[in-house]
Design a protein around this ligand. Structure first.
Ligand code: SF4
Ligand code: SF3
Length: 554
């Protein structure tokens, strides 16, 4: 058994997201703003989740029942440690203590002794937890296990953070799948198994990707079951006079509750960032005070929220550490939290009282006047897009549509991300662009025109709706009686955080090849692991638009 690591020379180590320092790792301070204390608490919390998974899995193997809330708790822990989600030491500290209690109960019931990481008992004080977190350094065990195993183990852990986000969002809407919960706990347990080989880890990652497809399907059922199938909807991106609240993140239930609570109160609601596709849902778009979409993707928030005369509600990632100029107007809910922002808690039924947010909005000036409306289009989830399946198939057969591009994924601050704007604007007129997630802000305000009677740019939704794109690709493959890789379809993906990691694993587990990934390859992939991905899936980093376009169009 590997000794718990006590000799870490850096203040912290994190390389889970795309913006990590020098493409290698954040060692003094996170580019995201995560400081060494928060990093240490997050590392400890992830270890607690692994321990939970370990004992829960032993219980499941013994044929015993596990509590129905355990999966959700494990999802919430892992989602909390996803990039740009939770920067609040107190919350992390409390979660570590709660996880300790749950872990102890599971250990007692299972009656087994686990590996040192699972057996570890977290101390009660935050200072001791910060100290202990360093024992669970991300790279711990590298000297013994080797860089490829660590790379594949971390790939799985980051994939699990994305899986957790999807499981959390489905659970918020009352949708749960027992098999998915158990699989999640089982994967957490595997991260403590030091006997696994490189081959085992490759298979585990593929299995994780496959199981995640089920969780994405569950989330799709939760969103569409709760709010209806999205329909194509024009969204105003300019300002409307009056007090307002800007709602960001991915949590549709928070938006729904806020729309109900602001109805008739003279407060306008704007979506921001990943909340944009909410406008397409019949049960959300019916509110006339859902007036539009404000701003761009997550990385622009500090600039856009500075001196904004309205309140802001962050329902999930990506939250940036707020500037002092707006932290009193920014509220959090769900798993996101900031030390100086008021957090809106849910009661035991999941209901949230957004009165403080509404009162703040009413106390502020709001926008002084109406701007001339300017509209963009969203709402092309699988149901809306596939309602045109017949026309699309005919257009492909007649040559009116030559090619499909899925240009999707995360946005971020790096200048290299202009590639995605340039790529989208370089697509020929007889091609269709499917997009999803916040990377679309690089080009979703541009006019791409129409092809075969359809808009050329089809917004399938949030990163939470990656299932829609997979379903559309699957349906096209079925219509043409071929595999996804045989379709005239190219995937040009951008990644930033760990939901993108699990989507990538899901696509690979479906056998999808020739993905172009950028703006850079993940720092946690070792050269050998990259070779495996290249050899098996022909995955490639984005290069230059002209060469990549030529390759895609053959
Ligand atoms: Fe660095 Fe990203 Fe980790 Fe933040 S989440 S510390 S930016 S690697
Ligand atoms: Fe965006 Fe964070 Fe990934 Fe939801 S909001 S896609 S980066």
């Amino acid at each position: 058994m590997i000794e718990l690591n006590t000799t870490i020379s850096t203040d912290m180590f994190c390389y889970q997201c795309e913006q990590t320092v020098g493409g290698k790792g954040c060692t003094k301070m996170g580019v995201c703003g995560k400081n060494p204390e928060v990093a240490s608490l997050q590392d400890l919390l992830v270890n607690q989740a692994k321990g939970l998974g370990y004992y829960a899995t032993r219980l499941i193997e013994q044929g015993k029942e596990i509590d129905a809330t355990l999966g959700r708790f494990a999802y919430d822990i892992m989602f909390t440690t996803l990039t740009n989600v939770n920067f609040d030491k107190e919350t992390l500290h409390k979660l570590i203590i709660k996880a300790q209690t749950v872990k102890e109960a599971l250990r007692k019931e299972a009656g087994v002794t686990g590996p040192a990481e699972a057996e570890y008992d977290a101390p009660a004080s935050i200072e001791d937890q910060i100290r202990d977190g360093k024992k669970f350094h991300v790279l711990s065990g590298r000297d013994v296990l080797g860089e490829d195993i660590i790379s594949l183990r971390e790939l799985a852990i980051y994939g699990l953070k994305g899986y957790a986000a999807y499981g959390h969002h489905a659970a918020v809407l009352g949708y749960r799948d027992e098999a998915s919960d158990k699989a999640f706990l089982g994967f957490l347990a595997k991260t403590l198994d030091q006997s696994l080989t490189v081959g085992d880890w490759v298979n585990i990652n593929m299995d994780l990707g496959q199981k995640n497809l089920r969780v994405m399907e569950l989330l799709d059922a939760a969103n569409t079951g709760s709010y209806g199938n999205p329909v194509p909807t024009k969204v105003n991106i300019n300002r409307v006079k009056g007090p307002f609240i800007v709602v960001s993140g991915h949590d549709l239930r928070d938006l729904k509750m806020l729309l109900e609570q602001t109805d008739g109160k003279g407060v306008n609601i704007y979506t921001h960032g990943e909340m944009l596709p909410a406008h397409g849902y019949p049960e959300l778009k019916k509110y006339s005070h859902l007036v539009g979409n404000y701003g761009g993707a997550w990385q622009d928030q500090q600039k856009e929220f500075d001196n904004l005369p309205g309140a802001i509600l962050m329902t999930t990632n990506c939250i940036q550490i707020p500037r002092a100029s707006y932290e009193d107007r920014m509220f959090t809910s769900g798993v996101v939290q900031m030390p100086n922002c008021l957090h809106i808690l849910a009661d035991e039924t999941g209901h949230k009282d957004f009165t403080p947010v509404i009162e703040k909005a009413l106390s502020l000036a709001g926008f002084p006047e109406d701007e001339k409306p300017r509209e963009i289009l969203t709402g092309f989830g699988h149901n809306a897009t596939l309602s045109h399946a017949g026309e699309i198939v005919e257009a492909v057969k007649s040559g009116a549509i030559r090619h499909f591009f899925l240009i999707g994924g995360c946005d971020g601050a790096k200048s290299g991300r202009n590639y995605y704007t340039d790529f989208a604007t370089s697509t020929p007129q007889d091609t269709v662009i499917l997009t999803l997630a916040c990377g679309k802000y690089r080009f979703n305000k541009l006019d791409f025109g129409t092809v075969a009677g359809l808009p050329r740019l089809l917004d399938c939704g949030q990163c939470n709706d990656a299932y829609s794109a997979i379903k559309v690709a699957g349906a096209l493959a079925e219509a043409f009686n071929c595999g996804i890789n045989d379709l005239p379809l190219s995937m040009i993906l951008s990644w930033y955080e760990q939901k993108a990691v699990v989507i990538l694993l899901t696509l690979l587990s479906l056998g999808v090849k020739n993905i172009k990934l950028g703006p850079s390859l993940p720092a946690f992939l070792s050269p050998n692991v990259i070779n495996v991905l290249v050899d098996n899936f022909n995955i490639a980093p984005i290069s230059n638009v002209e060469a990549d376009m030529k390759e895609c169009l053959g």
